[in-house]
Design a binder for this molecule. Structure first.
Ligand code: YH5
Length: 275
């Protein structure tokens, strides 16, 4: 395995936290239009201190209905932050992008993992991802960020998501990305109703048969708000994340790193006791 992929995937004996670093202009811009890479790096280092093992940098919002961002705009957002974080720390860096051009530049600036909510289905993405030699997270989404919440429909959500991920694993392995470099993610909140999302967590163990590490991102998402209300997003996010770990998740994509780390430590302390 290449060194960069190895750095991300070698140490998954206990659940790993992927800290979310959004680098859209509304985050980390002291009121102005442009974001300040130094402020973003400060937040990244804070998350590392709190226990994040991977930092996920994203310059395109994929919230339902979010606006399209051009490749040059996305590069202007993420590349200065990747460069500055790489100078400041050797923490594994994940690039949250669907664009082959962004994957290539991020890789050349020291990113370790490609996190693609489109599972390398964008034309050219599979080839570029293969050439970078990086690890890849393949996520399921029904539709696109623009239209995915209009009418999510499944006969059997777990079966259909699993089949899609199996097909994307095959597409990767047939095109030069070995399964040792792959991670899969059922895409909590991406073209799913709250019922679909809750069922995916409850039956997450059915994805273990895919034979690659499982990542899940439930943090502060609307299914949690719809279940508990917006005052209890942190509690709901932590409970959902721990239930996902119990069902086989090995990487948790979260905003609240310190609280998630505490929950993992508490869970491991209990898990290790008794006969
Ligand atoms: C994910 O699950 N999610 S971006 C809406 C929210 C809160 C948060 C309505 N990238 C994932 O975090 N990558 C995103 O409140 C991701 N898995 C992977 N692999 C969406 C997000 C969010 C959306």
């Amino acid at each position: 395995m290449l060194a960069s992929a190895h750095r991300v995937l070698a140490t998954l004996d206990e659940p790993a936290i992927m800290g979310i670093l959004n680098v859209t202009p509304d985050s980390f811009s002291d009121g102005g239009r442009y974001l300040d890479p130094e402020v973003a790096v400060k937040r990244a280092l804070e998350m590392v201190d709190e226990g994040a093992l991977i930092i996920d940098i994203g310059g395109e919002s994929s919230r339902p209905g979010a606006k399209f961002v051009t490749e040059s705009e996305e590069l202007l957002r993420v590349i200065p932050v990747i460069k500055a974080l790489r100078r400041a720390s050797d923490v594994p860096i994940s690039i949250d992008t669907r664009k082959p051009g962004v994957m290539a530049v991020a890789a050349s600036e020291g990113a370790d993992l490609i996190n693609d909510i489109s599972a390398l289905t964008t034309p050219g993405a599979l080839k570029i991802a293969c050439e970078t030699g990086l690890a890849v997270c393949l996520m399921h989404m029904q539709g696109t960020p623009r239209n995915m919440q209009r009418k999510p429909t499944y006969q059997n959500v777990v079966g259909e998501v699993r089949k899609f991920l199996q097909e994307r694993i095959s597409a990767c392995t047939e095109n030069g990305i070995p399964c040792e470099r792959l991670i899969v993610d059922p895409g909590f909140g991406f073209g799913k109703t709250p019922e679909h999302n809750l069922q995916l967590i409850n039956e997450l163990n059915r994805f273990e048969a895919l034979g690659v590490p499982l990542l899940i991102g439930v943090s502060r998402k609307s299914t949690i708000a719809k279940t508990l209300g917006t005052e209890q997003l942190l509690t709901g996010s932590i409970v959902a994340a721990m239930m996902a770990v119990d069902r086989g998740a090995s990487i948790l994509r979260v905003h609240d790193v310190a609280a998630t780390r505490a929950a993992i430590v508490m869970r491991s302390a209990i898990q290790g006791m008794g006969t």
